[in-house]
Design a protein around this ligand. Structure first.
Ligand code: FMN
Length: 413
């Protein structure tokens, strides 16, 4: 049975709103015990082969940034307002000329179709049904054209190659596929040092090995429901969207992936992209206020502050730490978005109070797709939305745009 999910429900007056954790009856049985986004991680750890779980969950080197992303939410406490009549509160959020049903969306995650059956499609469909944005990763395994057909509102994230010709060809393809909003990720001049992937036996492409086979056999629901089902119905997945043409297969003992040179990318390349791309342009992976200013001055319509979920530079600041400084630099009207470590409605509200316009969430939606497919992702969206809706009443605001730093005090963690 499909879970009851109607995005209008979390924009409805409080009396008829879902209570997330309490709304049990229409939720598929396997999702009923899942009351918070973190519960999806526990379930995904059991469901997925260890190398794949390690790829999704991991940070890099000492995981300082990964931990820091969670710790950053502990620096404030709410100073609530009362008797504010919040009975008509709404999560509706304006962003880049659209109004979304909630102030959060799904961050781009490569290889999502390895952890969940047709994972990119599941994410984009669930987001489309909820009227929230989903960003298709450039390192995804389902052709961008198919994803755009499933959800014409989806955004596309490019890891732009370093060569101008290849950039322009990729953008031609993205535009022809029908995407309007382009996200350019800029925090990956080189890949982070993800030792945990190597220790867990993960690589891209995956190398066939006895260990990998054993992991498959010992995770039969993933083997049958994701791996074999994909192979039987769609053939060997390839990196479909990194370039204008199809890339390497996901499983191969011989092929090496062409990452394209990216460490010489500069603001000139962004200018070229801005010149070429007609729709909204977002730069993802910014931490420094000066870089946010440079992106704005280069014509980007918004930025996503991010340390890539703690997967790139170990010891990088959490975007929540730099958010107030960035907002100071670019001004209150610029579309400053943020991701990395968001797990609770409260986290989202805190970012909005500190000046963010929107929040993106990564891993929990990946786990939700692995554990419950599209229904799992809808369940995850519902949980986060209902946490936000409940806490808006407890804080005393009716619109997300009413949140401001005056509702917070600093808290020494
Ligand atoms: C499995 C995985 C794959 C990712 N792949 C990409 C990607 O292809 N492009 C990108 O810009 N960011 C990628 N990211 C980073 C996310 O977009 C996002 O910045 C990060 O996951 C947010 O942190 P969170 O997972 O703690 O919510 C990936 C993250 C994960 C966990």
């Amino acid at each position: 049975m499909q879970p009851r999910f109607d995005v209008e429900q979390f924009n409805a007056p409080a009396s008829s709103a879902p209570s997330g954790a309490g709304e049990q009856s229409a939720t598929p049985r396997k999702l009923r015990g899942i009351l918070s986004l973190d519960d999806f991680e526990t379930a995904a750890r059991r469901h997925l082969p260890a190398p794949i779980f390690a790829y999704v969950s991991g940070g890099c080197e000492t995981d300082k940034s990964l931990r820091g992303n969670r710790e950053a939410f502990d620096g404030h406490r709410w100073v609530t307002r009362v008797l504010a009549d919040t009975s008509r509160r709404t999560l509706a959020t304006p962003l880049l000329g659209q109004t979304y049903a909630a102030p959060f969306g799904i961050a781009p995650m490569g290889i999502s179709a390895l952890s969940a059956y047709r994972g990119d499609l599941a994410q984009t469909r669930a987001a489309g049904a909820a009227n929230i944005p989903a960003i298709l990763s450039g390192t995804s395994l389902i052709a961008m054209e198919e994803v755009a057909r499933a959800n014409p509102q989806a955004w596309f994230q490019a890891y732009v190659p370093g060569e101008k010709e290849r950039i322009l060809k990729l953008l031609d393809r993205v535009e022809a596929a029908g995407f309007k909003t382009l996200v350019v990720t800029v925090d990956t001049p080189v890949s982070g040092n993800r030792e945990n992937n190597i220790r867990a036996g993960f690589s891209t492409p995956l190398r066939p090995s006895l260990r990998l086979a054993w992991e498959g056999v010992t995770h039969p629901r993933w083997l049958l429901g994701t791996a074999l089902r994909t192979l039987a119905l769609h053939g060997m997945p390839h990196f479909e969207n990194s370039q204008a043409t199809r890339g390497a297969p996901i499983l191969s003992s011989t092929v090496t992936r062409d990452f394209g040179a990216r460490d010489h990318l500069s603001w000139e390349h962004l200018a070229l992209i801005r010149q070429r791309w007609r729709g909204p342009l977002v730069v993802k992976g910014i931490l420094h206020p000066q870089d946010a200013l440079a992106a704005r001055d280069a014509g980007a319509d918004g930025v996503i502050l991010s340390n890539h979920g703690g997967r790139q530079l170990d010891g990088s600041a959490s975007p929540m730490q730099t958010l107030p400084h960035v907002v100071d630099a670019v001004g209150p009207d610029y579309a400053v978005m943020v991701d990395s470590g968001f797990r609770r409605g409260n986290d989202v509200l805190l970012a909005l109070a500190l000046g963010a316009k929107f929040v993106f969430v990564g891993r929990p939606f990946n786990y939700a797709g692995a554990v419950g497919g599209e229904a799992g992702i809808r369940h995850a969206i519902g949980i986060l939305a209902s946490e936000i809706q409940r806490n808006m009443a407890l804080i005393g605001v009716s619109q997300v745009t009413e949140l401001h730093p005056g509702l917070l005090v600093k808290h020494a963690a």
